[in-house]
Design a protein around this ligand. Structure first.
Ligand SMILES: [Zn+2]
Ligand SMILES: [Zn+2]
Length: 150
């Protein structure tokens, strides 16, 4: 369950995570915010939209999503920026690391895959919003491709 209070995002409770099964920790660069997700993941994908490019300052962003009751903030709290209507982007107030994308009406908040302690646990299966893809970004032809929203 994700609750938003003012500028902070807190993820509380939810069903107890199963012991040790498919559990992955991650966090920001400075360590002030730590989270845990439990698989199986809803999806993992690259997003090439302009909003993601600018939010993270990179050519594209790789996401891994889980149902909200399998995401737990274990240390600190995320600051929230509403990048567009109904969209909340979570980041560390101290070091600025982008951590989370959550959209109203979606039950699957997505963490930035590269903030996992072991990002290799998630394998992206698609590229989204390739209409905005930068010319110097090369796509893996084996992945599904969506011009806009999948
Ligand atoms: Zn930080
Ligand atoms: Zn995007």
């Amino acid at each position: 369950m994700i609750t938003s209070t003012g500028n902070n995002l807190a993820v509380n409770g939810g069903p107890k995570m199963a012991e040790n099964k498919d559990i992955h920790d991650g966090g920001c660069m400075c360590g002030a915010v730590r989270y845990r997700i439990q698989g199986p993941f809803s999806y993992s994908a690259h997003c090439h939209c302009r909003s993601c490019q600018r939010a993270v300052g990179a050519g594209f962003v790789t996401y891994t999503a889980v149902p909200s009751d399998r995401l737990e903030i274990r240390k600190g709290e995320m600051a929230i920026y509403n990048s567009s209507s109904g969209v909340r982007r979570g980041y560390c107030r101290d070091c600025g690391t982008s951590l989370l994308y959550a959209a109203e009406g979606w039950d699957d908040p997505a963490i930035m895959t590269a903030t996992l302690d072991d990002p290799s646990v998630a394998t992206p299966s698609s590229n989204a919003y390739t209409a905005d893809k930068l010319t110097w970004v090369m796509l893996d032809p084996a992945l599904k491709e969506y011009r806009h929203f999948p």
